[in-house]
Write a protein that binds this ligand. Structure first.
Ligand code: PMV
Length: 332
């Protein structure tokens, strides 16, 4: 079994190290329209299927990194975190893979422009920004493919956050994952809008990592998932090519619901939905019945991400005044 460290060695082989005083980088958050759900390799975060996302423009993470003396220091949104917080532990374990010598220490400062407190995952943008910052700090000059592979080692979905716009993560087949990386689709959709709808900002009962593993191991519906993804990926790429919004929305919503169905059928079940999540789903359905082209997607949590087009922004914000509207292609 290959370890993360072996992959890092392969990616950085022969790279010169020209350390600069600081490496700073931004990476956008991304929301999958066709989800990544299930790993074929737990250590390297290699997925069972490919997936497709849209990056959230200026919403994401900015990371600054310097080499430090004594101990690692991890700061999030202006506050230095304790060494035993989950955020610090995850960040320093990842940094362990890149220390130029075992005694080297880092000062990492991360700022999220995506509302973390509002329950939207920032680990994808965080790990992608961290890898980009490492590349700048050490002057590796890696290409996007290599950056995507390294970001995946932090969190699977992070491999998509090294790109803007529509992004496909190719599952790949190689045991070392050198072909499992994200690629930007040559397409834009200026009128596409996403609405972040917070149902609950409480810490979720079970993280996506254990939930994914538990679903693969116990859900009888999981065997149907790869075929569903194959169909949805083709439909989404077609919808993007033809700018067919109803097809994009329908496919994304159906894909998210199918992912949740696999979790609900696990034992014990994983049910992220709260009564307000279901209420929002039903309102979206009722609005659609009144000819409003509004769809949603959901990740491993109770919050919804609404999908609509620019022309319907007023109708959507009237129905959901609390929604935060994002224009993923506002600054192409
Ligand atoms: O990258 P992870 O381990 O946080 O998993 C992300 C899983 C989903 O958000 C549910 C789906 C996806 O493709 O982003």
């Amino acid at each position: 079994m290959l370890k993360k460290r072996d992959v890092v060695r392969r990616v950085l082989q022969g790279r010169p190290v020209r350390a600069s005083p600081e490496g700073t980088a931004f990476a956008p958050a991304n929301i999958a329209l066709c989800k990544y759900w299930g790993k074929r390799d737990e250590e390297l975060n290699l997925p069972v299927t490919s997936s497709l996302s849209v990056s959230l423009g200026s919403l994401g993470s900015r990371v600054s990194l310097t080499l430090a003396e004594g101990a690692d220091v991890v700061e999030l949104n202006g506050t230095v975190l304790g060494a035993d917080t989950p955020f610090t532990k995850r960040a320093t374990a990842f940094l362990d893979l890149f220390r130029p010598d075992p005694s080297a220490r880092f000062r990492l400062s991360a700022e999220n422009t995506i509302p973390t407190a509002a329950g939207f995952a920032s680990s994808a943008s965080g790990f992608a920004a961290l890898v980009l910052a490492l590349d700048r700090l050490f002057g590796w000059g890696l290409d996007r493919k290599s950056l995507s592979i390294l970001a995946r080692l932090g969190s699977g979905s992070a491999c998509r956050s090294v790109h803007e716009g529509f992004v496909e993560w190719h599952a790949g087949q190689a045991a070392d994952g050198m072909d499992s990386c994200a690629e930007r689709l040559d397409a834009t959709w200026p009128d596409l809008r996403m609405g972040l709808l917070v149902v609950s900002d409480e810490e979720k009962s079970i993280g996506s990592r254990p939930a994914m593993k538990h679903t693969v191991e116990t859900s009888p519906l999981y065997t149907a998932w790869p075929a569903k993804v194959e169909k949805d990926l083709a439909a989404l790429k077609d919808a993007i090519r033809r700018r067919d919004f109803p097809m994009l929305g329908r496919t994304a919503e159906s894909n998210a619901l199918a992912m949740h169905a696999t979790m609900i059928a696990a034992w014990p079940p994983v049910l992220y939905w709260l009564p307000d999540s279901v209420h929002a789903m039903q309102r979206i359905r009722a609005l659609r019945d009144k000819e409003l082209e509004l769809y949603f997607t959901m990740d491993a949590g109770p919050n919804l991400k609404l999908l609509f087009e620019e022309k319907d922004t007023d109708a959507v914000t009237q129905a959901f005044p609390e929604v935060e509207v994002v224009a993923p292609f506002a600054n192409p």
